[in-house]
Write a protein that binds this ligand. Sequence first.
Ligand SMILES: NC(=O)c1ccc[n+]([C@@H]2O[C@H](COP(=O)([O-])OP(=O)(O)OC[C@H]3O[C@@H](n4cnc5c(N)ncnc54)[C@H](O)[C@@H]3O)[C@@H](O)[C@H]2O)c1
Length: 329
Amino acid sequence: MVNSIFFKHGCTALLTGSTSGLLFWRLLAEQLVDCLNLIGQSMSSSIGWFCLACSSVIGWLSQQVPGSKMANLRSLKGLVGIVTGGASGLGRATVERLVRQGASAVIVDLPKSEGSSVAQSLGDKCAFAPTDVTSEADVKNALQLAQSKFGRVDILVNCAGIAVAFKTYNANKQLPHSLEDFHRVVNVNICGTFNAIRLAAGEMAKNEPNEDGHRGVIVNTASVAAFDGQVGQAAYSASKGGIVGMTLPIARDLAPIGIRVMTIAPGLFATPLLAGLPEKVRSFLAKQVPFPSRLGDPAEYAHLVQAIVENPLLNGEVIRLDGALRMMP
Ligand SMILES: NC(=O)c1ccc[n+]([C@@H]2O[C@H](COP(=O)([O-])OP(=O)(O)OC[C@H]3O[C@@H](n4cnc5c(N)ncnc54)[C@H](O)[C@@H]3O)[C@@H](O)[C@H]2O)c1
């Protein structure tokens, strides 16, 4: 049997096989829910309220489709996400996507960051927790805020990160890499990520599991530098390699409580991290990407986070998001 479904962006998916009937109705229902939500949100009249009510009922019914594992595909709607580094770049795009898709989000970022104004611009579904991810007390406070304001924690996205660029030994200056800088990068990128994971896992463990035993999802951010580190990237590559290395063991640790752990390894993205570079350097970097030959849009990172949250079979793996980029030495 072949079903043809028109998705909201205009593309058509052809579904074959025995589960396609159920999947067809579920996807159709999801498209209908999206349409009704759009109409409902754009009209303040009783027709708008009627559309929103219908969308809730159809959404609930579509979640009840039995017999197919695909019925466990989650939507972001109603979930609560914590995003470290959420005030800028990839983290900010993730927060914006979560809120736009009907989830709530807590921005976990340094007190000096733009977290407060970003949260304000996104309204009631977003809050800011001034946090240093390397501090146990700060991360506990951020989780507490998520619990008190939104009632639960379903998603943790780790985007907080820093970089330095120094050679291991600078022969011209006869200067070894600063040990303090190395410690600092490893501390924020690896220890900060692990600190957020271990504490957020405790909150997710409190969630009622769904029929698949699913309680939460963790998405970390490594870098292609974990695999093709360049000159001057010893500390940064070591820290990102650490995140890659801990993905599988943490996924195994948390599997019994139904928490998935994934890592995204981004290539080159147009975030404030790269915005400071001269235009010439930015376009040189963009040309290094085979296809599409441009810097990534943070929204593309956020889109992958959503796909990971929604697909229950993704676990314990690292996904490169880089347009086939392989960095030169
Ligand atoms: N932009 C890229 O091209 C790219 C490529 C590969 C990997 N990454 C990784 O993606 C992540 C996000 O990068 P970005 O480009 O969005 O950078 P960004 O500088 O725009 O955002 C990083 C955020 O982390 C926050 N942060 C730093 N230290 C923190 C700490 N101790 N506690 C809490 N928050 C802290 C910063 O305040 C900032 O808001 C980083 O881990 C980075 O290494 C970025």
